[in-house]
Ligand binder design. Structure first.
Ligand code: EPU
Length: 423
């Protein structure tokens, strides 16, 4: 198991290139199952979550290969084992995104039901409800979801896909991937509008699907008979970008981000500017600078285009050092606060009240041994450690490797002092 030793405080200054999006790549790789033939994916980051899905896809029949130039080739000519095994699926909840494409391609799918998760209860009831609306029969057998399409295949329908916390990203993906090969027209009302969902829809259309309303809460999908393999580049990772932006802000630095879609990050940019951070557009990227104090700001996470839950922890680390008090409220995953206790170990002053955290700004953070608990919480701890006085040791950094490619190398190249050690 690896640990990070992070010496602080440091100031980040320089240029970093943002990777392709993890949360676009995962469903897009799964969608490659829909097209008999070869799909070439460009820009897919080298992450442990991606490796889990590569492995899972190859157990279903396709040949999956990562070339030296980074391209992933998925040859889905054969998909003959539509069974997502527990031993692989349990490593990553997003494995559930094979449900829709396998059901559409094979007429039957069995996938281990995802279990609990550090960021809270994450049911898949809405995914299943949507697939059932398309005609699938769904049951639970020995901890596995078993879904079977009717004799003549899935049939398009008008489906309302909202839940208690709004739209669902992977739920929308699953129903959309199943509907592209269904007979007739499907309308998904209250579809998730996240850029990653739009990226998947654009990918499916490039493969021959007919999806309209991309990026809006109403998707209209006319079923087609067959899709074909294509070459496609995934969009840039707005959460990795946001993490580096907070890195610049929390260290009083100046960071230029390359390959960053600022137009997909308006809520994030708005909050940064509110905190006194300067964010400027710069040819397909941006420059983020902070010179004055960090100002307190209230943040509420919401479905896109609202503020993303995947940047809540990182902003909390930054606001811990703000002048004044902030309130951060989680409206997507009300229990996603595992980082609160760890940040308090670093002398932050955070008080959790239900689904909110009151952040009383402190003058400085102080290094401590701390524990990563989930992907974005770990990113927040790394950011806090960059600004803290002393050497912070972060345990269980495998959580961060799930979603950030070589984060220590990227940060060290712009002034951080992070050492990875195997223990
Ligand atoms: N929900 C239900 N029932 C469902 C599905 C979701 O009640 O059947 C609830 C969830 O419990 C949550 C809300 O709906 O309260 C939204 O969850 P959503 O389904 O949108 O989450 P997801 O699709 O499982 C994706 C990202 C997450 C990101 C969320 C929210 C991927 C692979 N994962 O998860 O990313 O936090 O959307 O934006 O795309 C991460 O990258 O660190 C991460 C956790």
């Amino acid at each position: 198991m690896d640990i990070f030793s992070i010496e602080g405080p440091t100031r980040l200054a320089g240029k970093v290139k943002v990777n392709g999006s993890k949360n676009s790549s995962l469903p897009i790789m799964a969608a490659a199952l829909l097209a008999p033939g070869k799909t070439v994916l460009k820009g897919v980051p080298r992450l442990s979550d991606i490796a889990v899905l590569e492995n899972l896809l190859s157990t279903l029949g396709p040949k999956v290969e990562r070339l030296e130039n980074g391209d992933i080739i998925i040859d889905a000519t054969v998909v003959d084992n539509p069974v997502g095994e527990y031993d692989i699926v349990r490593k990553m909840r997003a494995s559930v995104c094979i449900l829709g494409p396998l059901l559409a391609r094979c007429g039957r799918v069995e996938v281990s039901m995802p279990g609990g998760c550090a960021i809270g209860d994450r049911p898949v009831d809405i995914h299943l409800r949507g697939l059932a609306e398309l005609g699938a029969k769904i049951s639970l057998k020995n901890g596995n979801i078993v879904a079977t399409a009717p004799q003549g295949g899935l049939v398009g329908k008008d489906i309302f896909l909202g839940g208690p916390f709004g739209a669902t990203v992977l739920g929308t993906d699953n129903v959309m991937m199943a509907a592209v090969l269904a007979k007739g027209t499907t309308v998904i009302e209250m579809a998730a509008c996240e850029p990653e969902v739009a990226d998947l829809a654009n990918f499916l259309n490039a493969m021959g699907a007919k999806i309209r309303g991309i990026g809006s809460p109403r998707l209209t999908i006319e079923g087609v008979k067959q899709l074909h393999g294509i070459e496609y580049t995934v969009i840039s990772d707005r959460i990795e970008a946001g993490t580096f932006m907070v890195g610049a802000a929390i260290t009083g630095g100046e960071v230029e981000l390359d390959n960053c879609a600022l137009g997909d990050m308006m809520a994030v940019v708005d909050r940064l500017r509110n905190c006194g951070v300067c964010v400027e557009n710069n040819n397909g990227g941006c420059i983020v600078t902070r010179t004055g104090e960090i100002k307190a700001a209230d943040i509420t996470t919401q479905p896109y285009p609202g503020f993303p839950t995947d940047l809540q922890a990182q902003f909390m680390a930054m606001l811990a050092l703000a002048e004044g008090n902030s309130i951060i409220t989680e409206k997507i995953f009300p229990d996603r606060f595992m980082h609160v206790a760890e940040l308090n170990r670093m002398a932050a002053n955070l008080r959790k009240e239900g689904a909110s955290v009151v952040v009383a700004g402190v003058k400085k953070l102080i290094a401590a041994p701390i524990m990563a608990s989930d992907l974005r919480a770990s990113a927040a701890l790394v950011l806090a450690a960059l600004a803290a006085e002393g050497t912070t040791v972060i345990n269980r950094v495998y959580h961060i490797d799930r979603g950030y490619e070589k984060i220590e190398e990227k940060l060290n190249a712009i002034g951080a002092k992070i050492m990875r050690q195997a223990i």
